[in-house]
Write a protein that binds this ligand. Structure first.
Ligand code: NAD
Length: 369
């Protein structure tokens, strides 16, 4: 039987719990009520998730003695914009939200990132709670305090670190998630194993496609959250080790920026990015081929794209992808920083990528597979 697992993100007096499991919503209702001193729950919710789970959310809030104040938004990358941020901030100010109150994000990573950024800047920072409703948001974006929006120059280029005070990752909410979104979120769990948790990776390998559902999925979510919590506690503001969490993302963000609008979803780009990071590590002679093969096999077993030609939103051009990689936030001194791996569970930060070689590599990947 699955029980709720509590993972603590240890950040001194800003530490917070992440409750993971089916029923985390109700289990965490008292903790939520304690964060809503005016007895109102200001919820920034993804319309789709609200349509599907409104009755349960309302019952939980009523049980906790809270009145909901709902701001419904369309989820998706388009929500993470300057105009979206402005509109939401104005709405929060119109509600006269107080600094001791909380903005409660109820949705996927896009709603969480936007609502968190609005919470960070409204009145110089009001409280923040995450109720992630996608797998990606439960295992990754709801934990760690990175918030932000996309700009004309690229994804997530404006934002703030603003930690939540509570995260309720109710795995029951995932039952309504389309299979494609579920797979995309699974990419971030695979990522956690590949970075520094070979035991988790082996469990995922053993589970294969069955790891995407039921108790196996809940356990993997809790493990991935615990892994992320450890890294965030060590390096909250990404001065060093936290950059490892970007494994697959330098490639992934470039694909997202180049893809036909709306055709590609984040986790798919990350899945391919993981495979490419391992393939490129093999090319540089730092990673055994066998480990890259394991990464590719697990990505494929999860039904995720492992070659450029099977990635939605193409065709892709190697030169354009590398140009996009040049705009990544991790870069220093104009050189591209990649996250590469010496093997499964052995990711490292590799500054100063050779742009010519990277372009040649991607060109081969585009044409050969
Ligand atoms: N802040 C961070 O640390 C961090 C980390 C990783 C990713 N991200 C960001 O997260 C975003 C991606 O998040 P996402 O994958 O959750 O996308 P998303 O927020 O766009 O949600 C995906 C889709 O699922 C729908 N949906 C949400 N909950 C549902 C439910 N329970 N049932 C059915 N449908 C539901 C949404 O309406 C949307 O159409 C990206 O913008 C990425 O940059 C942030």
């Amino acid at each position: 039987m699955t029980t709720i697992r509590t993972v603590d993100v240890d950040l001194g007096d800003r530490s917070y719990p992440v409750l993971v499991g089916p029923g985390a919503l109700e289990h965490g209702s008292e903790a939520l009520a304690a964060l809503c001193p005016n007895r109102r729950a200001v919820i920034v919710g993804d319309k789709t998730a609200l349509d599907l789970h409104r009755a349960r959310l309302d019952a939980m809030l009523a049980g906790a003695g809270l009145d909901p104040v709902l701001i419904e938004l369309d989820g998706g990358e388009a929500a993470k914009s300057w105009t979206g941020l402005q509109a939401l901030t104005d709405q929060l100010l119109a509600l006269n939200i107080e600094r001791r109150e909380c903005v409660i994000a109820f949705g996927g990573g896009t709603i969480g990132d936007l609502a968190g950024f609005a919470a960070a800047i409204t009145k110089r920072g009001v409280g923040f709670v995450q109720i992630p409703t996608t797998l990606l948001a439960q295992v990754d974006s709801s934990v760690g305090g990175k918030t932000g929006i996309n700009t004309a120059a690229g994804k997530n280029l404006a934002g703030a670190f603003h930690q939540p005070s509570l995260v309720l990752a109710d795995t029951g909410l995932l039952e309504s998630l389309p299979e494609r979104e579920l797979r995309a979120g699974y990419a971030e769990i695979i990522k956690a194993g590949l970075i520094a948790d070979e035991t988790l990776f082996e469990r995922l390998e053993t589970a294969g496609a069955s790891g995407l559902h039921g108790d196996a999925l809940t356990a993997a979510i809790a493990d991935a959250v615990a892994f992320k919590a450890r890294i965030v506690a060590e390096d909250e503001h990404e001065a060093g080790r936290r950059a490892l969490l970007n494994l697959g993302h330098t490639f992934g963000h470039a694909f997202e920026a180049e893809a036909r609008p709306g055709a590609l979803i984040h986790g798919e780009a990350v899945a391919l990015g993981l495979v490419l990071a391992f393939d490129y590590s093999v090319r540089l002679g730092v990673c055994p081929q066998e480990d890259a093969d394991r990464a590719r096999a697990l990505v494929e077993a999860a039904g995720l794209p492992a070659t450029i030609n099977t990635l939605a939103g193409g065709p892709y051009d190697a030169g354009a992808l590398v140009a996009r990689m040049g705009a990544d936030k991790k870069n220093a001194g104009g050189a591209i920083t990649l996250i590469l791996a010496r093997g499964v569970g052995k990711a490292y930060i590799a500054p100063g990528a050779d742009v010519k070689d990277l372009t040649a590599f991607l060109n081969e990947e585009v044409t050969q597979r």
